[in-house]
Design a protein around this ligand. Structure first.
Ligand code: HEC
Length: 205
């Protein structure tokens, strides 16, 4: 081995060593990880600005983007509550599109546990999650609209909050869809038209 150790191979080896050092980034130099780069932490002092603070106030009229709701501007809309009570009715206009949106969101976020029809027999429940009450039970049906919104916003028992995944408008859309599901199982006969009744009778016969 040694006899092959000449100037030429030494040059080759040092070239290799430099290549390895360069290609492995800064990590091999102790204390110079990328996470240790020069930067200001929140609330740190800095002589850069006159007030000696690294973090500056937001410029006037800055408009927040993304998930930010001015709850005080419309308590019912953003919390489902008014003066400590769950609101009776959905505070947004409900039409077919809202219900369809609610159906889509419900099937994505709620049906894995509550089942597509809201009976509490979703796949996760079949695999061992606690079975929630059916949305068709008298106890759940008799709750005001705001109750459902509140459960989605804050969670309920072992069910966690959906506030970070379902925005307030969509939460109301889901409430509208749950009402449609409940209606589908509990519609009083006298709200049905002649045509609806005939259709039901033809199916039942
Ligand atoms: C991971 C499973 C799971 C998902 C997903 C889920 N829930 Fe639940 N939910 C539960 C369980 C379990 C309970 C009962 C909790 C308890 O009693 O501790 C519950 C309770 C509820 C209740 C209260 C029922 C009652 O007895 O008063 C409502 C309303 C509700 N969920 C609505 C929803 C809606 C709407 C969604 C979708 C945004 C949703 N849940 C998503 C598991 C889930």
């Amino acid at each position: 081995m040694l006899k092959h150790f000449n100037a030429k191979s030494l040059f080759g080896m040092s070239f290799l060593v430099i290549f390895v050092l360069l290609s492995s980034g800064c990590d091999i130099i102790p204390g110079r990880h990328m996470r240790d780069q020069a930067k200001f932490e929140p609330l740190e002092a800095s002589s850069l600005f006159g007030n000696e603070r690294a973090s500056q106030n937001l410029p006037e009229n800055t408009v927040p983007r993304g998930e930010w709701y001015d709850i005080e501007s419309n308590e019912a809309l953003y919390t489902g509550m008014q003066d400590g009570e769950a609101v009776e009715n959905i505070p947004i206009a409900v039409d077919r599109d809202v219900i369809l949106r609610g159906q889509e969101r419900f099937n994505i976020y709620c049906s894995p546990c509550h089942g597509r029809v809201g009976d509490g027999q979703g796949m996760i429940v079949q695999r061992g999650m606690k079975q929630p009450n059916s949305f068709h039970s008298e106890q759940v049906r008799s709750q005001p609209d705001g109750y459902y919104f509140n459960v989605m916003t804050n969670g309920f028992g072992v069910m966690y909050s959906y506030a970070s995944r379902v925005n307030p408008e969509d939460r109301w859309a889901i409430v509208a869809y749950i009402r449609a599901l409940q209606f589908s199982q509990n519609a009083p006969l006298d709200v049905l038209t002649e045509e609806d009744l005939e259709q039901i009778e033809s199916v039942v016969e």
